[in-house]
Design a protein around this ligand. Structure first.
Ligand code: COA
Length: 174
């Protein structure tokens, strides 16, 4: 098993902390993802943004770069950490004391996929629950692949991703 997490945030102190995982491919992180994390912070003490493997996807950015891009979105936060796993997300949750998985919903079309994944995770581990947050209206239409496709064709992605992600996309596709 290959996973990784900033050690200080893996520890739960005397008081039970509300720890959530926010898993995904994050290839790359977008402002829609950032919006979900920021709003999640009002519900949870800590969020572990966890890069996991979606067997259907071949990422464009290497793992370390994707992790770095996420870290740079929250440089001063001790509530957000970044981890990765090539195993099951519920196993990662158990190892790091997380009771909840956060997923963002954009359109009705996300629902079936998300519902299946939440039920599968519940089947695998009943103590870990999934909560869904509605993606902010401004980010309803964006996806990582839509942004990569636009950047590759030299289209405007300003405002859809953090500045450092925009730079990384420009470097990749010019
Ligand atoms: N704003 C913008 N875009 C969003 C978004 C938001 N708030 N929420 C989702 N998206 C987009 C992403 O950009 C991504 O777009 P893309 O398909 O164009 O890349 C898409 O919605 C979904 O991606 P993401 O949220 O990164 O999830 P994913 O489907 O790639 O990840 C895993 C799925 C990795 C979480 C899942 O496969 C997993 O848990 N793997 C580990 C193995 C496991 O535990 N399996 C058993 C459970 S099924």
């Amino acid at each position: 098993m290959n996973d990784n997490l900033t050690p200080s945030l893996a520890k739960v102190g005397d008081k039970p902390l509300r720890i959530a995982l926010y898993p995904g491919t994050f290839d790359p992180i977008t402002n829609g993802h950032v919006n979900i994390i920021e709003r999640g912070l009002s519900l949870f003490d800590r969020i572990i943004v966890t890069i996991a493997v979606n067997a259907q996807k071949i990422p464009c950015f290497p793992l370390e770069q994707r992790m770095d891009m996420i870290r740079q979105c929250f440089p001063d936060s001790d509530q957000v950490s970044v981890g990765h796993t090539d195993g099951l997300i519920v196993d990662f949750a158990l190892r790091h004391g997380a009771q909840t998985i956060i997923r963002g919903l954009r359109m009705v079309s996300d629902f079936e996929y998300e519902f299946q994944m939440a039920l599968m995770n519940r089947r695998l581990e009943r103590s870990v629950d999934t909560v869904f947050l509605m993606t902010g209206f401004r980010w309803f239409f964006i996806s990582s692949s839509g942004i990569k496709d636009t950047a590759q064709r030299q289209g405007k992605i300003t405002g859809l991703v953090p500045k450092h992600v925009e730079r990384a996309l420009r470097e990749k596709f010019t």
